[in-house]
Design a protein around this ligand. Structure first.
Ligand SMILES: Cc1ncc(COP(=O)(O)O)c(C=O)c1O
Ligand SMILES: [Zn+2]
Length: 410
């Protein structure tokens, strides 16, 4: 048997025979990928670091793909990890680093997941991939399906703004608008469609695609040249990022490639903060909430059913925490990130900055701590979140005098 072992239930240990069964028949938990990495040596680590391939696939040995020929890549990974001196100064965190995932191929962190997910889809012989989404996941699944040569079908709820789904269309997805509520009716149809048509599921209920965000951990170790962050803050919805980063760090730790791990922080919007609530109450599992409207649209998830409980465990094991932010705090963080660090992040992504600020104010983060904030989606994904007055863009006469007046008022 090769390095990719059968999927296994993390709760009861059962191992279904088929590679296409994603959840446990007895306890319903999402199964977990097991890739044998124990034989990897430090020399191999060095070879991976020095690879000319700067995509996540330089870490091929850690992903559940048997054959390199199956890889579906758009060059995702090795996104800049920037020392944000000016923003850090404002937040009183001189060692603040920003992981700029806004520059990923489709503009969000979902590309880390879908590169792995669609590579496995290709290996397993699927011909159609599907996802239900109102934004980032739809675009990413569509793009990677296009690259893989699979059809993609995206289910969105009625009322979704065309700007949210137009990117998926551009990559050739079939977009189906469903007259129903997202969390329940669309979700029910989505499940039924997968059963009926045998499509490849690209949600966090797919254990293969959930491995993709392990690449964050590998990249931090590489880019910080062995220094380990004290804190890594991740905008959190389904919990995949927290779960996967923790798994990635633990793999490196078990191989002796790092000596310690960072504390992980889940940043959520107050309007959809089931992970924060469960963390604060000391629960082992999530209590679903009805997500309210929030400017952080991409992380508006009330029931992170697949990986919420794993994320909770990761937060605790790492010694980290979870923080909820108001829309006002998020928009302020978005503005500071743009104007002091030169990165235009979507509001959901800026929750990591708002959380860093809050934890620093509370004294949880110390002045000298090395803090990494993941910026997980591009601001142009949701330009309407930026507030401006009509007056700001009202045309002026083409004279220096009018220009002087306008500058004075600005
Ligand atoms: C912009 C953005 N940030 C963060 C996330 C967080 O997802 P997760 O908690 O599954 O890593 C998502 C996806 O839902 C997203 O679209
Ligand atoms: Zn089980």
């Amino acid at each position: 048997m090769g390095r990719v072992k059968p999927l296994r239930c993390p709760k009861c240990g059962s191992e279904p025979a088929s590679k296409t069964i994603f959840s446990c028949a007895s306890c319903e938990r999402i199964l977990e990928v097991n890739v044998e990495v124990a034989r990897l040596t430090r020399a191999e680590f060095q070879t991976m670091r020095e690879s000319r391939d700067h995509s996540i696939w330089r870490w091929f040995e850690f992903f559940p793909v048997e054959d390199r020929g199956s890889i579906v890549s758009l060059g995702e990974g090795s996104t800049p990890l920037i020392h944000a001196a000016r923003l850090g100064e404002r937040l009183h965190i001189p060692n603040l680093y920003l992981k700029n995932d806004t520059v990923l191929p489709t503009g969000s962190l979902k590309d880390r997941s879908n590169s792995v997910g669609l590579s496995v889809a290709k290996e397993l012989g699927f011909t159609t991939a599907t996802v239900m989404s109102t934004g980032n996941a739809a675009a990413s699944v569509a793009a990677y399906s296009a690259a893989a040569g699979l059809k993609s079908v995206v289910l969105v709820p009625k009322g979704t703004a065309p700007s949210k789904i137009i990117q998926a269309r551009a990559y050739g997805a079939t977009v189906i608008v469903v007259d129903g509520d997202f969390d329940y009716e669309v979700a029910k149809l989505y499940k039924a469609a997968i059963q009926e048509f045998g499509w490849y599921d690209c949600l966090s209920s797919n254990p293969y695609r959930d491995e993709g965000k392990k690449s964050y951990a590998y990249e931090f170790v590489d880019q910080l040249d062995g220094r380990i962050p004290d804190w890594v803050i991740h905008p959190t919805a389904g919990g995949t990022g927290i779960y996967a980063m923790w798994k990635g760090f633990k793999e490196f730790l078990s191989l002796g490639w790092i000596e310690r791990t960072p504390k992980l922080v889940a940043a959520q919007s107050e309007a959809a903060a089931p992970i924060v609530a469960a963390f604060e109450k000391g629960l082992a599992d999530i209590e679903p909430v009805v997500a309210r409207e929030t400017v952080a649209e991409s992380i508006q998830v009330g029931n992170p059913v697949s990986l919420g409980w794993r994320a909770l465990a990761a937060l605790r094991e790492s010694g980290g925490t979870a923080v909820a932010l108001s829309d006002e705090e998020i928009l302020e963080a978005q503005f500071l990130t743009g104007s002091l660090a030169g990165i235009f992040a979507e509001p959901a992504a800026a929750t990591s900055i708002a959380a860093a600020r809050k934890l620093r104010e509370r004294g949880v983060i110390g002045r000298d701590d090395l803090v990494v904030c993941n910026l997980t989606g591009h601001g142009l994904k949701q330009p309407e979140a930026i507030r401006f007055s009509e007056k700001e863009f009202a045309p002026i006469a083409p004279t220096l005098e009018a220009l002087r007046e306008q500058i004075r008022c600005a």
